[in-house]
Design a binder for this molecule. Structure first.
Ligand SMILES: [Zn+2]
Length: 75
């Protein structure tokens, strides 16, 4: 079973579907019982969509870096 911390570490991999089937199942199971992570992934997905629609080139906006920042709100 995944912890909430592991979920936040997986963050961008989850929304970009860079997960093995096994991990994806573990993520889905966690999301079913954890409304906090559900909301977190939802927001991450929304943010990712917005970033992809921005009219910037990869050199000016590092969306991965922004997503990483979002994943560590304590810093
Ligand atoms: Zn959770």
């Amino acid at each position: 079973m995944l912890t909430c911390r592991e979920m936040s570490e997986l963050g961008s991999d989850i929304i970009e579907s860079h997960l093995s089937l096994r991990t994806r199942l573990a993520v889905l199971m966690h999301l079913r019982m954890c409304s906090r992570c559900k909301l977190y992934i939802k927001q991450l997905r929304l943010t990712s969509d917005v970033l992809q629609r921005l009219p910037f080139q990869d050199e000016t906006v590092d969306s991965q870096a922004i997503l990483k920042k979002l994943q560590t709100p304590d810093q």
